[in-house]
Design a protein around this ligand. Structure first.
Ligand code: TYM
Length: 332
């Protein structure tokens, strides 16, 4: 059975982008078809200015939302990254394989480092090494497939490069993973600025739909989405990013093909209305289940404890093998 690994970073409240780009496929497809692990990657949340209490709260909330979105601990392994030491252990070895140049080329590093400098802040070294830790997350588990949104493709590419390089230098140790993206909504854009990604770490804004937004809030955000200057509804992500984003969201929520759906709408207003209702309908069951799980935090903690135990057992042999292969003396 193939192995699947993916993760989500607790740097903000989870968004519709996270759901359509990644989580939904994890619960609808991956957990049924693969030996799958899903991880709240809390160490990654420390790469930018952070508040310790908020990271803890968001980590708990992300884990609860993963279960609310349908991940079933009977079918897959759900855990928190910092509960399994193997990630950090392997990351250091991979830092000894990665180069300074290739990590500096990562788009997310460049964008986030530039934004940090504009704010007058300093850039944490961990922001630069972040994709190497991500590679460790993936490679520690002998992962075949990494289901992610489009924005993570470059990081998975780096992971592949590091796996190949390590294997060539020190002997075959890692599986070389491949990326999978959903057919639609692999990159959900901000409703107020459809040329940039709907990102959870961005400031709270009317352009971001959060998974826990009340139905009225969802409707308002979508009805106020920025559309394009034309009047007819066409799917053209380059020329009509606003309308195309709504069509992608609608297709992601209710099924269908964005280009075909375009033909069914004469006005932006009716497209927005249907998109809003499709999102509300999609989020309803997740929100209800989230509320139930919040009342049963012992259950969620139990799932995470067990998940970490399973993950540790899965990761340790590969990480130990990497330690031996790279030339470190095994403990007696
Ligand atoms: P993160 O936490 O930013 O996002 C989690 C998942 O959601 C996807 N996603 C989106 N998809 C479509 N449209 C959007 N607007 C959108 N925003 C986010 C992301 O592509 C991702 O799949 N570095 C990763 C976390 C990570 C990871 C890993 C992922 C750490 N280690 C190992 C896979 C494997 C990140 O920051 O995702």
């Amino acid at each position: 059975m193939k192995r699947v690994f993916s993760g989500i970073k607790p740097t903000g409240h989870l968004t519709l982008g996270n759901y359509l780009g990644a989580m939904r496929r994890w619960s609808a497809v991956d957990q049924h078809e693969a030996d799958a692990l899903f991880c709240v990657v809390d160490l990654h949340a420390l790469t930018v200015d952070h508040d310790p209490g908020r990271v803890r709260r968001l980590s708990r909330q992300a884990a609860t939302l993963l279960l609310a979105a349908g991940l079933d601990p009977e079918l897959c392994t759900v855990f928190v990254q910092s509960h399994v030491d193997e990630h950090a252990r392997l990351s250091y070895l991979l830092e000894c394989v990665a180069t300074d140049g290739e990590t500096r080329r990562m788009i997310q590093y460049r964008e986030k480092a530039a934004a940090e400098r504009v704010r007058g802040g300093s850039v944490r070294l961990s922001l630069l090494t972040y994709p190497v830790l991500m590679a460790a997350d993936i490679l520690a588990y002998g992962t075949d497939e990494v289901p992610v949104g489009e924005d993570q493709a470059q990081h998975v590419e780096l992971t592949r490069d590091l796996a190949v390089r390590f294997n060539q230098r020190y002997g075959r140790t890692f599986v070389v993973p491949r990326t999978t993206h959903p057919g639609v909504a692999a990159r959900v854009m901000n409703l107020q600025d459809p040329t940039s990604k709907m990102g959870k770490s961005d400031d709270v804004g009317p352009g971001i739909v959060y998974l826990l937004d009340e139905p009225e809030v969802v409707r308002k955000k979508i009805m106020r989405a920025v559309t394009d200057s034309g009047r007819d509804v066409v799917y053209d992500p380059e020329g009509r990013p606003g309308v195309s984003n709504l069509l992608e969201i609608l297709a992601g929520c209710a099924g269908g093909d964005p280009a075909e759906l375009a033909g069914a709408y004469a006005t932006y207003g009716s497209l927005k209305k249907d998109t809003a209702e499709a999102v509300v309908e999609l989020l309803g069951p997740v929100q209800r289940r989230h509320k139930e799980l919040c009342a049963d935090s012992a259950y969620v903690e139990g799932v995470l404890r067990e998940g970490a135990g399973k993950a540790r057992e899965m990761a340790r042999p590969t990480v130990d093998a990497a330690y031996r292969a790279i030339g470190l003396l095994p403990p007696g």
